[in-house]
Design a protein around this ligand. Structure first.
Ligand code: FAD
Length: 561
């Protein structure tokens, strides 16, 4: 029972944002009556860990239960009501109506209400999740139903629909578990947080791990017998399945907020201010149900990730409990995913997003080792930096092995602090041979971007149509055999100084190597020898070979928007 002076804080949704808000509110206000309402059986579970229990990497289901209702009650004095669904907010009376597992209804009074109901998986009309072996992967209930199938299939085959984060992780983990797994994606690439050429190595990693990847493939229907799915019918044929995971995306769960008349933003999430207040000053909202301010787009965006949910929960918990804090910082959608031995991470905008938003941009690529290449165990990574023609960093993507996450986190930090490519080039980063290089891949990308902005030498995109250029391939003869570049003049980088006379200095010239590094040296030399119009193909053949299409481009106008 709350006493008359006690502040009553009610929180709807007891996982990432809700649990953070509850614990924070208690730390700020030792006397408030805090009630956490969760419609599922558990609070504070690790939804990000669900795929890894399916694959067996997280052996015990219990490890996913990060904090129990008992801990919330005993340590924090927070009343946890599980198996209890909030079904209505009566703002005039400041009441939340809840329905218990036994269908009884109750009204819970609040002074401050925090909404953190998350997102709901989008289920297309052709996917029937009432079939026993068809599921989304968004809750412990989903996990349990999938684990029943996983444990009982004799010669298991599965189909994962959707190549976003959850789809990729599920495909990896089901393959790890011994399923013959097919991943279907309607788009020509997986993971829309990457540009197409950066996403390709992930498909290669999936295929190497035994997953069949079908891009440009739409699921049409699920064939079933009784209450079991048997196959997935696609526009490219039928695929038998003992298990089907629907992972085509999520949308903010806003019904409660909408029914209560709270303002919904232009992207379909609850609108909040910097302190996570909704249009009702006594109601806060956090997590996947809200629109955050995006740090690069300069407008609101849906960012269904755990980091923002936890930080926003902390802010809402503080303010709702009567404390003060700094407002929520802009989000960048910084994310990372592991697919077998490949890691990919990104922050901010991709080039595709820049084009969509009509943002003028430039982009460079580098290939580098994660640590000193002479130190055993070095792994290669590809880093792509996207920035404005003035040098403001718009985003970055990185694919490789070890150290991918660190590079993206450094760049995300720089973007958050308003840094540009020159700031990135000047960062004082830790270095020793087992960890990095004296010129870190982050520096290298920034150096290339700075060169590009200075125009010395110029840079062209890796997907440029080279037909009308004098193309100088500076790779070694052996490299040409593995990845030929028809029509190019072969002049290894070490011969450029002596043999450049075979080239025509008046023709627009593009230099090419494997990664763009040696081609940069060659382009610089040719430029200083008086070649009028010379540019380096950024990313080299390594990236060009991942690009599906070719675009016309003049040397002095790298495609910008
Ligand atoms: P949630 O954590 O989803 O919590 C919402 C809770 O509200 C749910 O438990 C729900 O049952 C409850 N609820 C909803 N409606 C009501 C109601 N009316 N009454 C009572 N309770 C209600 N993010 C990352 O950043 N990195 C990752 O690696 C990552 N991996 C993920 C993997 C999976 C399989 C999943 C499912 C998500 C992953 N995410 C990841 C996303 C991340 O988990 C979410 O962004 C984050 O949990 C959102 O927090 P939230 O509080 O908004 O919602």
């Amino acid at each position: 029972m709350a006493t008359s002076e006690q502040l009553r804080i009610v929180i709807i949704g007891g996982v990432a944002g809700g649990a953070s808000a509850a614990a924070r509110a208690r730390r700020v206000n030792a006397t408030a009556k805090i009630t956490l309402i969760e419609r599922g059986p558990s609070v504070s579970f690790a939804n990000c860990g669900l795929p890894y229990h399916v694959g067996g990497e997280i052996a015990s289901r219990d490890s996913l239960l990060v904090a129990t209702p008992k801990l919330f009650r005993e340590r924090f004095g927070i009343e946890v009501q599980t198996d209890t669904e909030a079904i209505e907010i009566k703002r005039d009376e400041k009441l939340v109506v809840v329905r218990r597992a036994d269908a009884s209804l109750e009204s819970i009074p609040y002074d401050r209400l925090i909404l953190s109901p998350g997102a709901e998986p989008f289920v297309p009309p052709f996917v029937d999740t009432t079939l026993q072996n068809v599921s989304t992967m968004w809750s412990l209930g989903d996990l349990d139903s999938v684990m029943k199938v996983v444990g009982s299939s004799a010669s298991p085959q599965c189909v994962v629909i959707g190549g976003g984060f959850v789809g990729l992780e599920m495909a990896e983990q089901l393959a790890h578990r011994g399923f013959q797994c097919t991943l279907i994606e309607r788009q020509p690439q997986v993971l829309s947080t990457l540009d197409a050429e950066m996403a390709k190595p992930l498909v290669a990693a999936l295929e190497k791990g035994g997953v069949i990847v079908k891009l440009n493939t739409s699921c049409l229907k699920i064939e079933s017998e009784g209450n079991l799915a048997r196959a997935v019918e696609t526009d490219q044929g039928t695929i038998p399945a003992d298990l089907i995971i629907n992972a085509v995306g999520v949308r903010p769960r806003i019904k409660l907020a909408q029914d209560a008349g709270l303002t919904i933003g232009p992207r379909g999430g609850v609108q909040v201010d910097g302190f996570m207040r909704t249009s009702d000053e006594n109601i806060f909202a956090v997590g996947d149900c809200v629109e955050y301010q995006h740090g690069v787009l300069g407008r609101s965006a849906l960012v269904p990730l755990a980091g923002p949910a936890n930080r926003a929960g902390r802010i809402a918990g503080t303010v709702a409990a009567g404390g003060t804090c700094e407002p929520m910082r802009d989000v960048l959608g910084t994310s990372v995913v592991r697919i077998f031995n490949k890691t990919s991470a990104s922050t901010g905008l991709t080039q595709a997003m820049c084009r969509q938003e009509n943002i003028a941009h430039r982009a460079v690529y580098i290939q580098a080792a994660n640590h000193a290449s002479y130190f055993p165990g070095a792994e290669s990574l590809t880093l792509k930096l996207v920035y404005t023609p003035e040098g403001k960093i718009l985003g970055a993507q990185c694919v490789g092995g070890e150290g991918v996450d660190k590079r993206i986190d450094v760049i995300a930090t720089t973007i958050s602090l308003g840094g540009n490519v020159h700031d990135l080039a000047g960062l004082d980063l830790a270095y020793a041979p087992p960890y990095g290089s004296a010129k870190d891949p982050v520096h290298m990308a920034a150096f290339v971007a700075c060169n590009d902005l200075a125009g010395s030498p110029k840079i062209v995109a890796p997907d440029i149509d080279l037909t009308d250029f004098q193309v100088v391939d500076v790779r070694s003869p052996r490299e040409l055999e593995t990845l030929p570049l028809p029509g190019a003049i072969h002049l290894p980088v070490d011969s450029i100084l002596h043999d450049h006379t075979i080239l025509d200095p008046s023709r627009p010239t593009v230099t090419v190597c494997h990664s763009g590094k040696r081609a940069h040296v060659a382009a610089s030399i040719l430029q200083s020898l008086g070649f009028e119009d010379v540019a380096n193909l950024t990313g080299g053949m390594a990236v060009r070979s991942q690009c599906e299409t070719r675009h016309p481009e003049a040397l002095n106008t790298q495609a910008t928007s």
